[in-house]
Design a binder for this molecule. Structure first.
Ligand code: PGA
Length: 258
C-alpha cells in the first residue's frame, strides 16, 4: 500500500440525474475532505458537469470514462478531450476492456486518445488486462506486453506524460471473482519492471470486482496504488465503506511506521 491510495469510481452507463447527484452528495458529506484515499468519480459524460458542481471545494476529483480519439470536427456523438477539460475533468479512463471489446478499440486508437489526454493536461487511467483464455493459456504477460505498446511509445517521446496503469483482468470485471493478491503482485512486478526500464515512476491500480469485503487485501499490497470500483461504487454505502476502510488501514499503517 502506497502513501497515497486512489479509489476510482467507474459508474459506467448507470444512474440518472437524481441518483448520480445523490451519490456524489453522500460521498462528499462523508468522505469529501479525507486525506486518504484520493477519490475520483467517473460519471457518464452527460452528468459530468452536474457532479463537478457538487464536488465544489471537496478533495474529490472528476474523471471521464472515455474521450474521442479526434480533437474536434464532424464526429457525431463524440466528446473531445478539450470538452472534458472545459467541464473540470482531471482524469480520463482509456482502453477499458468494455470499450476494447464493444467499440473495437485498437492500440492505434488508444494511442491517439492517450496523446490527446496528455495534450489536454489530464491524467490517463490506462486499462490493461488479460481475458480468461489468455489467462488459461498462460499468456497474461503477452497480452499485457501488447496492450502496453501505446503508452510505452508515448513515454519514449514524452516522459512527462501523466499516466496511471489500471490492471483489470477481463475475467474479474463484474463477475464477483476478483484477482488474488498473488495474481496482482505478480503482474504489478512485471509492469513495474517495464516502466523502471523506461525510468518512469508508474502508479498501478487494480480493478475487477473490488468491494467493501475485499478492499483491505488490496490496500495491503505494497506495489498497488489504488483500485477502480465498478458495481460496488453504485451504492453510496458500499463506496463510502470502501473509502473509510482505505482511510483506516492507511492511517494504521502510517502510525506503525511512525
Ligand atoms: P467491477 O468493474 O468493479 O464491476 O468489476 C470494474 C471496472 O470495470 O472498472
Amino acid at each position: 500500500m502506497q502513501a497515497s491510495f486512489m479509489v476510482v469510481a467507474n459508474w459506467k452507463m448507470n444512474g440518472c440525474r437524481d441518483r448520480v447527484t445523490n451519490l456524489s452528495h453522500e460521498l462528499i458529506t462523508r468522505c469529501g475532505f479525507l486525506n486518504q484515499p484520493k477519490i475520483v468519480l467517473c460519471p457518464p459524460y452527460i452528468y459530468l458537469e452536474r457532479v463537478q458542481e457538487t464536488l465544489a471545494s471537496s478533495k474529490i476529483s472528476l474523471g471521464a470514462q472515455d474521450l474521442s480519439c479526434e480533437n474536434n470536427g464532424a464526429f457525431t456523438g463524440n466528446i473531445s478531450g478539450e470538452m472534458l477539460v472545459d467541464v473540470g475533468v482531471q482524469y480520463v479512463i482509456i482502453g477499458h476492456s468494455e470499450r476494447r471489446l464493444n467499440n473495437a478499440e485498437t492500440n492505434d486508437i488508444i494511442l491517439k486518445k492517450l496523446s490527446i489526454a496528455q495534450f489536454q493536461g489530464m491524467t490517463s487511467i490506462f486499462c490493461i488486462g488479460e481475458n480468461i483464455v489468455e489467462k488459461q493459456l498462460g499468456n497474461t504477460f503477452k497480452a499485457i506486453d501488447h496492450q502496453l505498446k501505446p503508452v510505452i511509445t508515448l513515454i519514449k517521446n514524452d516522459p512527462s506524460i501523466k499516466c496511471i496503469v489500471a490492471y483489470e483482468p477481463v475475467w474479474s470485471i463484474g463477475t464477483g471473482c476478483s484477482a488474488s493478491v498473488q495474481d496482482v503482485e505478480r503482474v504489478n512486478k512485471y509492469i513495474k519492471q517495464i516502466f523502471n526500464d523506461l525510468n518512469y515512476p508508474i502508479k498501478i491500480i487494480y480493478g475487477g470486482s473490488v468491494n467493501e469485503m475485499n478492499i483491505e487485501q488490496f490496500v495491503a499490497i505494497k506495489s498497488l496504488d489504488g483500485v477502480i470500483v465498478g458495481n460496488a461504487s453504485l451504492s453510496a454505502d458500499k463506496l463510502i465503506n470502501i473509502c473509510m476502510r482505505v482511510e483506516k488501514q492507511t492511517m494504521n499503517t502510517l502510525a506503525d511506521i511512525v
